[in-house]
Design a protein around this ligand. Structure first.
Ligand SMILES: C[S@@+](CC[C@H](N)C(=O)[O-])C[C@H]1O[C@@H](n2cnc3c(N)ncnc32)[C@H](O)[C@@H]1O
Length: 235
């Protein structure tokens, strides 16, 4: 995870040999590397699980309305299912959870009552549910890729009353006082080092991807105890 930082120049100079500093350091992208290295896969899923537990508790505490009326929820790019398990313990109305991620990730995810682990590719098809949840997934991808993922999520939810719930950072304006904005900007640097075209987004950039994916409206709620905000997008 550190060696891509020594290859940042490959992205800045854009010499075309590698798609990302991570690829320049390891010869493949971050997901392919995890798929072919079980030790790294377990390390990275464990790290994401630790932060998912904390972020999900803050979201349930500060934004419980996001999950009201949702009986079946698909967590797209849900990792080892920690976020979904944390959520379902606090929101018993969610009777069926689908933890959806790449096959090599869900194949080692723990079992949990009411949670189905489903392997697949979110660029192809997302399992159907009342609502789709994405936490720290879209920041790994370019605007064009986010629009594809969000369109797949839109196809997975009911047209009239479904929604997509996005838990991600929203980069503030320069003059906005926010004690976590520097952390969000540091995360933007992590995206630069580890992904091909990922980035943290401002509210205008979120509006662009959400609206371009065909959603008619959206709301944003900042979770002030965390760097995460909750964006709810409606068809
Ligand atoms: C930054 S992690 C976030 C994990 C989890 N949502 C969390 O907040 O802890 C991004 C997740 O997206 C998954 N992912 C990457 N490409 C995917 C794809 N094509 N289809 C489904 N999931 C994918 C990764 O395996 C990883 O678990």
């Amino acid at each position: 995870m550190l060696s891509p930082w020594l290859k940042l120049s490959s992205r800045v100079s854009g010499n075309g040999d590698y798609n990302s500093p991570f690829e320049a350091a390891h010869g493949k992208d971050v997901w392919a590397y995890a798929s072919s290295n079980p030790g790294h896969n377990s390390l990275i899923n464990g790290a994401m699980a630790s932060h998912a537990r904390i972020a999900m508790s803050a979201i349930v505490d500060r934004c419980p309305e996001a999950f009201e009326g949702v009986g079946c929820l698909v967590d797209v790019g849900g990792g080892d299912g920690t976020a979904l398990r944390t959520l379902m313990k606090s929101c018993p109305s969610i009777s069926h959870g689908i933890n959806f991620d790449l096959p090599h990730v869900v194949s080692v995810a723990p079992e949990f009552d009411g949670v189905e682990n489903v392997g697949g590719d979110m660029f192809e098809v997302v399992p159907k549910a009342d609502a789709a949840f994405l936490m720290w997934v879209l920041h790994d991808w370019s605007d064009e890729e986010c629009i594809v993922i969000l369109r797949k999520c839109r196809e997975a939810i009911p047209e009239g009353w479904g929604k997509v719930i996005i838990a991600e950072a929203v980069i503030g304006e320069k003059d906005e006082v926010d004690k976590y904005n520097d952390v969000r900007l540091a995360l933007d640097m992590v995206m630069l080092a580890h992904t091909e075209k990922g980035k943290e987004r401002s509210i205008e950039e979120w509006e662009y991807v959400v609206k371009s994916a065909g959603f008619s409206s959206f709301t944003v709620k900042h979770i002030h105890s965390s760097i995460v905000s909750v964006i709810q997008a409606y068809p």
